[in-house]
Design a protein around this ligand. Structure first.
Ligand SMILES: C[S@@+](CC[C@H](N)C(=O)[O-])C[C@H]1O[C@@H](n2cnc3c(N)ncnc32)[C@H](O)[C@@H]1O
Length: 320
């Protein structure tokens, strides 16, 4: 993977096309909940000259780098250090009651993966950190060294969909009693040894699922997302649109559920006519999850697991 390919924003044109009808108007506000290196944000500012951008990231270094990139856009861009489930408070502080567009490009950025010191990558030996915001929270090493075995098994099974969670955790518990884990290489080696031969022949690096699970736990990713998507839907003005790029089935399932619930009526069964207060608040803009094209994947491997969903706000919340 060339470093250039690593920085290409995923399904960029599709994101822009989906948000366009909501953003091509004076005074439109778009929120990029996952600024990262600012690829999507920059394209939004460039393509929608009448729109203002509010962009969030929990990683201070992403804000610094993207800040430099977006400096030419001056006060059209407001960058905020926040976890994205804080969106309602951020909008409140900025005095923005409703917005016209919201984008989530979930997961870690190529910059976070590339920087060995962040500890996300299993391919290079580095401190087991994995915090997207290194100023707060517990590191992957602390999770590994201190969590009860039952919790570790649950985390590996649920967040990593790791079939051999019990085998791996047994080995971790045995090894951590001898010496606490500090670096990724020792964990990768232990996983390699713990897995049966057959399991090692398929599915890429055997440490991949464990690393995904630890990352999700360290950053509380699914709990945050579960709060953030409904909050984002509430923040949309009527006619506003939300676009979400997920990178694994757990994220995508959550996004799908929230959007599908918003697009269904909430009436008790058997009503002959559905009263306004029960009518759906959302219209789905994607049929199932859309995938990147073969060409995009060939140019940018990071796009391969992407799943794209979107919806439009079609109704105000009506008090029952
Ligand atoms: C895949 S990258 C975004 C890349 C970006 N779209 C671009 O084009 O450069 C995801 C970013 O979201 C941030 N992030 C992940 N979870 C977050 C959360 N819960 N709150 C705020 N930022 C988060 C990460 O720190 C990372 O910088």
């Amino acid at each position: 993977m060339s470093s250039n390919a690593l920085h290409v924003p995923v399904m960029l044109q599709r994101c822009l096309d989906m948000l366009a009808p909501a953003l091509a108007r004076p005074g439109a506000v778009v929120v990029d909940c996952t600024l990262g290196l600012g690829g999507h944000s920059e394209a939004l500012l460039r393509d929608f000259p009448e729109a203002r951008l509010i962009a969030l990231d929990r990683d201070p270094s992403a804000l610094r780098l993207a800040g430099e990139r977006l400096a030419p856009y001056g006060d059209r861009a407001t960058l905020v250090h926040a976890v994205y489930d804080e969106l309602p408070e951020v909008l409140d502080r900025l005095g923005v009651p409703r917005v016209q567009g919201i984008l989530f490009d979930l997961g870690v950025s190529s910059m976070q993966l590339d920087e060995a010191g962040r500890g996300f990558a299993y391919a290079q030996d580095a401190p087991l950190d994995m915090r997207m915001d290194q100023t707060t929270g517990v590191s992957a090493a602390e999770v590994l060294n201190t969590y009860p075995p039952g919790d570790l098994v649950r985390i590996l099974r649920t967040y990593g969909e790791e079939k051999f969670a019990k085998k791996i955790v047994d080995a971790v518990v045995r090894e951590r009693a001898k010496e606490p884990f500090t670096n990724s290489a020792r964990l990768v080696e232990l996983i390699r040894e713990a897995l049966p031969q057959a399991a090692k022949r398929t599915g890429g690096n055997p440490a991949k699922r464990t690393f995904q699970a630890l990352r999700i736990e360290v950053n509380g990713e699914l709990a945050v997302l579960e709060r953030a998507i409904p909050a984002a839907v509430r923040a949309l003005a009527v006619g506003g649109r939300i676009a979400v790029l997920s990178y694994h089935s757990l994220e995508d399932r959550l996004v799908k559920q929230v959007l599908a619930a918003g697009a269904s009526n909430t009436a008790p069964p058997g009503l002959p006519v559905i009263p306004e207060q029960y009518q759906p608040r959302l219209k789905l803009l994607t049929r199932g999850a859309e995938l990147p094209t073969e060409e995009e994947i060939a140019e940018n491997r990071r796009a391969a697991p992407a799943r794209f969903r979107g919806a439009e706000r079609i109704r105000e919340e009506v008090a029952p």
